[in-house]
Design a protein. Structure first.
Length: 183
């Protein structure tokens, strides 16, 4: 049975890194990085939130099509809103697939620190834009609130598997991910 695997967690926790590794080792799996889709929409930098509303239905459609073909989808995305998680869980069910949510967490403090170091050595528009948005929303306090919101949200979803994601421990976290997926 095909699976939609949501890799959830705070920004900068390693979701995209693990998703890329997973698809590299699992031919045919779609790495549905919604943040990359956002960058394909004109004006995303000026209309960040609005663009999110445009790309979510695209992501749902892409996931559904891939799942209907009997292939897995891995989606690295921070989703603290239970209704958003349910939209993707519903897409899996509607397309005859299993939904698995894997939540990557570090401590609150370390998660905030990891975000602030994210993208320091690159010039990607995406990292600069997200950092500017976070700063405009309150910086580290905003990130801490988002972390708390995610943790509270996860408590409402007992089927979500929570994995510790320690900075620099990609191999160990990846092994835990495979274990959580019974691989």
């Amino acid at each position: 049975m095909a699976r939609l695997i949501l890799l959830n967690g705070p920004p900068g926790i390693g979701k995209s890194t693990l998703a890329r590794r997973y698809v590299d080792e699992h031919p045919g799996v779609l790495d549905l990085d919604v943040d990359l889709l956002r960058g394909l929409i004109g004006g995303w930098q000026e209309r960040f939130a609005e663009t999110g509303e445009i790309v979510r239905p695209l992501a749902l459609g892409m996931a559904g099509e891939h799942l209907r073909g009997g292939r897995d989808v891995v989606m690295p995305q921070f989703l603290a809103n239970p209704a958003e998680v349910e939209r993707f869980a519903g897409a899996a069910t509607e397309n005859g697939a299993e939904f698995r949510e894997i939540v990557l967490l570090d401590s609150r403090r370390r998660s905030v620190e990891r975000f602030t170091r994210r993208g320091v050595d690159d010039d990607q528009d995406w990292h600069r834009q997200v950092k500017a948005i976070v700063e405009s929303e309150g910086g580290e306090e905003f990130l801490a609130r988002q972390y708390d919101k995610l943790v509270a949200s996860v408590r409402q979803r007992p089927s979500a598997a929570v994995l510790t994601s320690e900075e620099g421990a990609v191999e160990g976290t990846y092994a835990a991910l495979l274990d959580a997926l019974d691989e």
